[in-house]
Design a binder for this molecule. Structure first.
Ligand code: 13P
Length: 255
């Protein structure tokens, strides 16, 4: 399985800044990129086309969108469709990022509906899951990950077999308490959560669950990326703050 290194630029960077960073990443890649790595940049909407332009000659580089509304089109003022995103070069979408859940009130059901919609409409989808500090301290890690993944697998239409998700669905485990806090989960915590995630994926889709990449996210930096990516069941990294500077993101890619 290719390791996926993904950048989530969140609500940072105007088009000029995005272009500079994307061009720097693309220019450095021939030297930096280990063969088995796939890179995705989840850019702000207004920069997706420009990042796609920078990446157009590199198969290993893709652009994603951070959000969308699960309808083909319609009277949904202020929303954006996956068709519109594909039109400007997005190949991936994020669903269920904890900031969407916490700041914008997206429920497990809404996240599941969005992820299924995106997959059904040809977008590769990165489904984010993870527990809050309170949930972890109450011993609810398994229950939370199970609840979040159950919502997704329960929403799956009959025709969408587990095999149909391979190469199209990635799961990102991001403990909420490690996002933007500088507090990275320790190796034991990451191993445990990724083991739980893998077990749950296998519960839902059997052996095929082994083929879905599970990424870790939360305070990933150049100095911890190598150790994280080497852990069992860690098939990639989803990087926020440390992906904003090309040099630091490139170091993580090469870790
Ligand atoms: P940080 O790397 O800034 O902690 O953000 C993680 C994240 O939310 C990526 O989606």
């Amino acid at each position: 399985m290719h390791k996926i290194i993904a950048a989530n630029w969140k609500m940072y960077k105007d088009r000029t800044e995005a272009a500079t960073t994307a061009d720097e990443i693309a220019a450095a890649l021939p030297e930096t990129l280990p063969k088995d790595r796939q890179i995705i940049v989840f850019a702000p909407f207004t920069a997706i086309d420009r990042v796609a332009l920078a990446f157009r000659e590199y198969k290993a580089l893709s652009v994603g969108a951070q959000n969308f509304y699960p309808a083909v089109e319609g009277a949904f003022t202020g929303e954006i469709s996956v068709g519109m995103l594909r039109d400007v070069g997005a190949e991936w979408v994020l669903a269920g990022h904890s900031e969407r859940r916490q700041v914008f009130g997206e429920t497990d059901e809404m996240v599941a509906r969005k992820a299924i919609f995106a997959l059904s409409h040809g977008m590769k989808t990165m489904l984010c899951i993870g527990e809050t500090l309170e949930e972890r301290e109450q011993g609810n890690l398994y229950a939370v990950l199970e609840r979040q993944l159950t919502a997704f697998f329960a929403a799956r239409p009959e025709g969408m077999a587990g095999e149909a998700l391979v190469g199209r669905l990635a799961v990102a485990y991001e403990p909420v308490w490690a996002i933007g806090t500088g507090r990275v989960a320790g190796p034991g915590e990451v191993r445990e959560a990724h083991g739980v995630t893998r077990t749950l994926l296998e519960k839902f889709i059997g052996e095929t669950g082994k083929k879905l990449p599970v990424l870790y996210g939360g305070s990933v930096k150049p100095d911890n990326a190598g150790a994280l990516i080497a852990l069992d069941n860690v098939d990639g990294l989803l990087v926020g703050g440390a992906s904003l500077e090309a040099q630091s993101f490139l170091q993580i890619i090469g870790a």
